[in-house]
Design a protein around this ligand. Structure first.
Ligand code: TYM
Length: 336
């Protein structure tokens, strides 16, 4: 049976980008068609300046939003990365097959290390090795597929390279995974700055829709989205990124095609105002049940503890033999 692994990093409140690019598909499709594991990757949250109490809080919140989005712990496995030691164990082995040069070529490393330097914070070594830990997350479970947004595809490519190299050099048996992306909204852009990704750890928040924003805040952010002053409505990500972003968000919410939506707005002579209003309404309605379910789950922390405890036990049982085999393959002496 196909196995799926994916994760979300508790470095900020989850956004509409996380939902449309990843969580929604995990909940609506992936968990039902494959054996799936979904992880709050808290070790990854320590790669940048962090507040321990906030990471703890955001980890619980991320887990709760994953369930609120529809992940069913009876159907898939939901757990926290640091509860399963195998991630860190395997990460070290993979550091011994990865090179410094290939880490420095990662786009996210370049962006995040530049940001850390600009703000006067040092660059943590773990930020450089971040993709190796991510590879360990995926390879420890023998995942065939990794459903992610567009920004993570380079990391999944690297994971493939590391797995192939390990298998070749050490006769390992890692499954070679592949990234899968949603047909639309694989890269939701910031509503105020459509040249950048809607990112949960960005400081300017006016262009970011958080899953737990109040409905009127969501509507206001969408209504104030930056577009352009060209006449008519066309779908062109390069030339009209703000408009294309709105069309993709609306398409993702309604299951329509962005180009078809553009054509309909254009033919109807409807302006950006109408498009923004319809998009705002669609996003508010999409998030409404998620907010309600999250509120219910927050009122019952014991339930969430149980889900995460069981999830970690299931995850451990899958990862341990794979990682033990990798230890042996690399030449480490088994304990007597
Ligand atoms: P993270 O926490 O940044 O994002 C979680 C998921 O949401 C997707 N995503 C987006 N999709 C569309 N538009 C956006 N604006 C947007 N922003 C985020 C991401 O692509 C991702 O699928 N490194 C990963 C976490 C990770 C992981 C893994 C993922 C660690 N180990 C193993 C898969 C497998 C990350 O930082 O995701």
């Amino acid at each position: 049976m196909t196995r799926i692994f994916s994760g979300v990093k508790p470095t900020g409140h989850l956004t509409l980008g996380n939902y449309l690019g990843a969580l929604r598909r995990w909940a609506e499709e992936d968990q039902y068609r494959a054996e799936s594991l979904f992880c709050v990757v808290d070790l990854h949250a320590l790669t940048v300046e962090h507040d321990p109490a906030r990471v703890r809080r955001l980890s619980r919140q991320a887990a709760s939003l994953m369930l609120a989005a529809g992940l069913d712990p009876q159907v898939c496995t939901v757990f926290v990365q640091s509860h399963v030691d195998e991630h860190a164990r395997l990460s070290y082995l993979l550091e011994c097959v990865a090179s410094d040069g290939e880490m420095r070529r990662m786009i996210q490393y370049k962006e995040k290390s530049a940001r850390a330097q600009a703000s006067g914070q040092g660059v943590r070594l773990s930020l450089l090795t971040y993709p190796v830990l991510m590879a360990a997350d995926i390879l420890a479970y023998g995942a065939d597929e990794v459903p992610v947004g567009e920004d993570q595809t380079q990391h999944v490519e690297l994971t493939r390279d590391l797995a192939e190299r390990f298998n070749q050099r050490y006769g390992g048996a890692f499954v070679i995974p592949r990234a899968t992306q949603p047909a639309v909204a694989a890269r939701v852009m910031d509503l105020q700055d459509p040249a950048s990704k809607m990112g949960k750890s960005h400081e300017a928040t006016a262009g970011i829709v958080y899953l737990l924003d109040e409905p009127d805040v969501v509507a206001k952010k969408v209504m104030r989205a930056v577009t352009d002053s060209e006449p008519g409505v066309t779908y062109d990500r390069e030339a009209r990124p703000g408009l294309a972003n709105l069309l993709e968000i609306l398409a993702s919410c309604t299951g329509k095609e962005p180009a078809a939506l553009a054509a309909a707005y254009d033919a109807g002579g409807l302006g950006f105002g109408a498009l923004k209003r319809e998009t705002a309404d669609a996003v508010v309605e999409l998030l409404r049940p998620l907010r309600a379910r999250h509120a219910e789950l927050s009122a019952d922390p014991g339930y969430m503890d149980g889900v995460l405890r069981e999830g970690a036990a299931r995850a451990r049982a899958i990862a341990r033999p794979t990682v033990d085999a990798a230890y042996r393959a690399m030449g480490l002496l088994p304990p007597a």
